[in-house]
Design a protein around this ligand. Structure first.
Ligand SMILES: CC(C)(COP(=O)(O)OP(=O)(O)OC[C@H]1O[C@@H](n2cnc3c(N)ncnc32)[C@H](O)[C@@H]1OP(=O)(O)O)[C@@H](O)C(=O)NCCC(=O)NCCS
Length: 167
């Protein structure tokens, strides 16, 4: 999959393909803090408008199979650290797409002048994501007790993860 994967900037015309992936993921209430019943308009704003840039991963047939955004994690004196969010279509999981997206995002971050990347709310029970980010060089720098209200498990810990991108 990854050899045929194309990662490119998201276009407005990609939204009808991006939305079902995000909707399915956020409706589960187990990985992102977006309310599971968030409206399409609110999620479109959060994913396409607010970030500095948004990308999609397309498979060999051109279908969108994943997406990520990148934005400054803070304003002003904290704006050299970026924040990203990644979602892969459930049916395309386990093929290295998130690995490719995260690698692409780190290159994008450096090109945009960011010096580090921070994930603010990695759900501790999302062990697949935690392990993947650690594998890609991110460290758990903090645990936020009960900071995520998991749709099935209730209050669970969230992790702050960080990776320095430039020496
Ligand atoms: C978590 C998530 C981003 C992972 O995406 P993914 O594309 O399945 O991730 P990858 O395939 O790159 O890596 C996952 C695993 O597959 C393995 N893998 C990578 N390339 C592979 C390949 N070609 N074939 C088989 N497995 C592969 C990776 O080593 C990794 O294994 P590990 O879990 O033992 O470390 C995805 O499941 C998702 O979108 N979940 C919902 C949203 C979410 O949780 N986002 C992250 C919030 S912090």
């Amino acid at each position: 999959m990854t050899s045929a994967l194309q990662i490119r900037p998201a276009l407005p015309a990609d939204w009808p393909a991006i939305w079902p992936i995000l909707h399915t993921t956020f409706a589960s209430g187990d990985s992102y803090p977006f309310a599971p019943d968030s409206s399409e308009a609110d999620i479109r704003h959060a994913w396409l408008t607010v970030p500095a840039a948004t990308f999609v991963a397309c498979d060999e047939t051109g279908n969108v199979v994943g997406t990520y955004y990148i934005k400054p994690n803070q304003t002003g004196l904290g704006s050299h650290v970026c924040n990203c969010g990644y979602v892969v279509a459930p049916e395309a999981a386990g093929r290295g797409i998130a690995t490719a997206l995260c690698g692409h995002s780190q290159q994008t971050a450096v090109a945009m002048g960011f010096r580090a990347m921070q994930f603010n709310l990695v759900v501790s029970t999302n062990t697949r994501a935690v392990r993947l980010w650690q594998h890609l060089g991110f460290s758990v720098v903090g645990t936020l007790p009960g900071a995520f209200r998991h749709a099935r498990l209730g209050y669970v810990d969230a992790l702050v993860m960080f990776k320095t991108l430039t020496a």
